[in-house]
Design a protein around this ligand. Structure first.
Ligand SMILES: C[S@@+](CC[C@H](N)C(=O)[O-])C[C@H]1O[C@@H](n2cnc3c(N)ncnc32)[C@H](O)[C@@H]1O
Length: 282
C-alpha cells in the first residue's frame, strides 16, 4: 500500500529501489518486498520476508536511500487493549510523523499508537456520512482516525473518547492541527464511564472486541433512529450470523435493528476479516 507519493515521483523512487535490491535479491522476491511497504508521513514501514532476515539492514537502507525518508521501520505486531504497535527501527531518526490524507493531518508516534493504512476507504467514507446538526460519540477514537473526518467534512459535533493517555495527547494535537476545536470535545476516559447528558445521533465503535458490554453501552447512548457504525473482526464462517447476533442483543433491550450497510474492510488474519456493519437502532 503506497500513500503520500504520486505518479512519476513514486515511480522514480521505486525504480531506484528496485535496482538497489536486485544487486542482492532475486527479482521475484524484490517485487514482494516492494509491494509490502507503507508510507505514513515521512516514515516507511516495510515487511522483511522470513528468508531475507539477514538482509534486513541492506533492505532498510535501500528504502531509506531511495525514498529519502526520515525512518524505516520493520512491521511488527499490534496488541493489547491500547492497540500499541511493536515496530523495529531499521534505520533513521524517530517514530513521530505527520501523515496527510484526504486533506486531514494525522500526527502520530508509531512507538505508541497504530495507524492502519488499510482503513483509508473507511476514513474517507466517514467524511460523508454525517451532517452539521448531528451529535456523534466516537467511543474508541484513538488519535482521531474517524473523529477528524466526521468533524471536518460532516461539520458534526463529535465527543471523542479515548482511554490511552498517549493516544489522547496526539488526539489533542490533531484537533488543533486541523483547527477543529469548536467541533470536537475530547475526553480521556474509558467509554464505559462516559455518561452523556444527550442521546447521540450516531456512534462509532472502532474497536475489536466480542465483549457485549461495549454494544450495550452504545445502546444506552444512542437515540431512537440513531445510527451505529460497528467494527469487529469475524472469522469467515461466523459472517452469516453477525447481524442476527447483534439483532438478538438489541431486541433483548426492547429495541429493533435496521441494517443499513455491511462491508469487509480488509483481511485481518488468515480466514478472519475486519468488517463494518452500520445499523439504525429504533
Ligand atoms: C484500534 S484503535 C482504533 C483504530 C482505528 N479505528 C483505525 O481505523 O485504525 C482503538 C482505540 O480504542 C482505545 N480503547 C480501547 N478500549 C477503550 C475503552 N474502553 N474506552 C475508550 N477507548 C478505548 C484504544 O486505546 C485505541 O486507541
Amino acid at each position: 500500500m503506497h500513500f503520500g507519493l504520486k505518479g512519476n515521483v513514486e515511480d522514480q523512487k521505486i525504480n531506484t529501489l528496485r535496482e538497489k535490491l536486485k544487486t542482492k535479491i532475486p527479482e521475484y522476491d524484490v517485487k514482494k518486498i516492494i509491494k509490502s511497504y507503507e508510507q505514513l508521513g515521512d516514515i516507511l514501514i516495510i515487511s522483511i520476508p522470513r528468508d531475507y532476515k539477514e538482509f534486513t539492514d541492506f533492505i532498510g537502507n535501500s528504502f531509506y536511500e531511495s525514498f529519502e525518508c526520515k525512518t524505516v521501520l520493520e512491521k511488527g505486531s499490534i496488541s493489547g487493549e491500547f492497540r500499541v504497535p511493536y515496530y523495529k527501527k531499521i534505520i533513521g531518526d524517530g517514530f513521530v510523523t505527520t501523515h496527510k490524507e484526504n486533506g486531514i493531518f494525522y500526527k502520530m508516534d508509531l512507538s505508541k499508537v497504530m495507524f492502519s493504512s488499510g482503513n483509508i476507504a473507511e476514513r474517507i467514507r466517514m467524511a460523508h456520512v454525517s451532517s452539521p446538526n448531528e451529535r456523534i460519540i466516537d467511543m474508541f477514537c484513538g488519535i482521531g482516525y474517524f473523529t477528524l473526518p466526521l468533524a471536518k467534512y460532516g461539520k458534526s459535533k463529535v465527543w471523542a473518547l479515548e482511554k490511552n493517555p498517549d493516544s489522547f495527547d496526539l488526539l489533542l494535537e490533531n484537533i488543533a492541527l486541523n483547527k477543529l476545536m469548536d467541533r470536537v470535545t475530547p475526553i480521556n476516559t474509558d467509554c464505559l464511564k462516559f455518561y452523556p447528558d444527550f442521546k447521540a445521533d450516531r456512534i462509532i465503535m472502532g474497536y475489536f472486541s466480542d465483549d457485549q458490554k461495549f454494544l450495550l453501552k452504545a445502546l444506552d447512548m444512542i437515540k431512537e433512529g440513531g445510527i451505529v457504525h460497528y467494527h469487529n473482526t469475524i472469522p469467515e464462517k461466523s459472517e452469516p450470523s453477525i447481524k442476527n447476533d447483534i439483532e438478538k442483543l438489541i431486541s433483548n433491550k426492547g429495541r429493533t435493528l435496521e441494517p443499513l450497510y455491511y462491508r469487509k474492510i480488509k483481511k485481518y488474519s488468515p480466514g478472519v476479516w475486519h468488517i463494518v456493519f452500520d445499523f439504525k437502532v429504533n
